[in-house]
Design a protein around this ligand. Structure first.
Ligand code: PMV
Length: 344
């Protein structure tokens, strides 16, 4: 009887504090980045591997939220074809993927990070089930490596809480090929909240792929890459020391630098919306007056991630309710997460 294998994983998204922006061949980043893995924003991927008789081509059926999705299917098929030597079972089995996200589209939560993270985990799991041995001595590192090949920032989602991707001189264990977990973290940063303030839920006008490409001939590229690497090293020290004020400055400067890169590209563009600025100004004013160390970051989009440590939760959530809710379409209350989970 034809054999079927099952693998079911939940993989969270992540939000970068130091941003990856600019890449080389094979998803090698031009600079290091450091992110926070989320908890409530995740992809669940239910995968089935069914033995088949012909083994000439990789075959995949892909459902997104219950419906066949040709665009995603083509994207995943391209990825599987490129990496089939690493996953020999792909030739001899038909793959069925059923995927769903816990968060809506176009909300500034990176769905490609959680989706490719989940796919990499499922593939590593199937490797183990079909070959009867683990894919490597460090399966998280291997899963992170394959996640990166799908979507750069996905490699950081394999780890709980704080993760770094990209080589920096100060840490010989860091790599451009996969992310590493950052575990030396002060109590101040152990329970970090992220309220995602959706000011605009239209699909992105410029894809991240196009944005990364604009860094190739960017006038400020080299300085930016040096700065980002230094900031990863600085952020590692901040996370260790618990310095919330330093965290606020670095985080906001990073967000604005990312958008400054977009605004100063040869094909310049602007992703912030009027309410993005209004919310930022409210955050500045609230911080000034309350001395609560909240800060914002931005992804490649108009929506705001408002970050605050657990001790300020009540105060900040009151501020959000009273002063920000009229400026935004919706809010997703997220927080630091424990990383991917295998589901049964
Ligand atoms: O992983 P990509 O190709 O979707 O690029 C992500 C880029 C940013 O989200 C803007 C920054 C980052 O480091 O996640």
């Amino acid at each position: 009887m034809a054999k079927t294998y099952i693998s079911h994983w939940r993989c969270p998204s992540n939000i970068a504090i130091v941003k990856y922006w600019g890449k080389k061949e094979n998803q090698i980043p031009c600079n290091a980045s450091l992110s926070l893995t989320l908890s409530e924003s995740y992809t669940e991927l239910n995968a089935r591997l069914e033995e088949k008789t012909n083994d000439d081509e990789i075959s995949l059926t892909y459902f997104f939220e219950g419906e066949r999705n040709a665009a995603f299917e083509a994207k995943f098929l391209k990825f599987l074809n490129k990496h089939q030597v690493n996953f020999p079972f792909l030739k001899t089995h038909h793959l069925v993927l059923e995927s769903s996200n816990s968060f809506p589209h176009s909300t500034g939560i990176a769905s490609s990070a959680s989706a490719f993270g989940a796919l990499a985990l499922v593939l590593c799991d199937f490797y183990e089930q079909t070959q009867g041995k683990t894919i490597s001595d460090n399966w998280q590192q291997t899963a992170s490596h394959f996640a990166r090949l799908g979507s750069g920032s996905a490699c950081r989602s394999i780890f709980p809480a704080w993760a770094q991707w990209g080589q920096i001189d100060a840490d010989k264990a860091s790599s451009n090929e996969y992310a590493i977990p950052i575990t030396e973290v002060h109590d101040n940063f152990k329970i970090m909240h992220d309220a995602v303030l959706i000011v605009d839920d239209e699909p992105k006008k410029v894809s991240s792929t196009a944005g990364h490409a604009l860094m190739n001939k960017h006038a400020y590229a080299e300085a930016r890459f040096v700065q980002a690497n230094q900031r990863v090293a600085e952020l590692r020290e901040i996370l260790k020391s618990g310095d919330l004020d330093a965290f606020v400055s670095l985080t906001e400067s990073e967000a604005l630098t990312l958008h400054a890169m977009m605004m100063t590209s040869a094909d310049y563009y602007l992703l912030m919306r009027p309410n993005t600025i209004s919310v930022i100004e409210k955050i500045f004013a609230f911080r000034e007056q309350s001395k609560v160390p909240i800060c914002f970051t931005l992804d490649a989009g108009p929506n705001i991630h408002l970050l605050y440590p657990e001790v300020y939760k009540t105060e900040v959530e009151n501020f959000i309710r009273h002063e920000l809710s009229d400026l935004v379409k919706s809010i997703i209350f997220d927080r630091v997460g424990q990383g991917p989970k295998k589901l049964t």
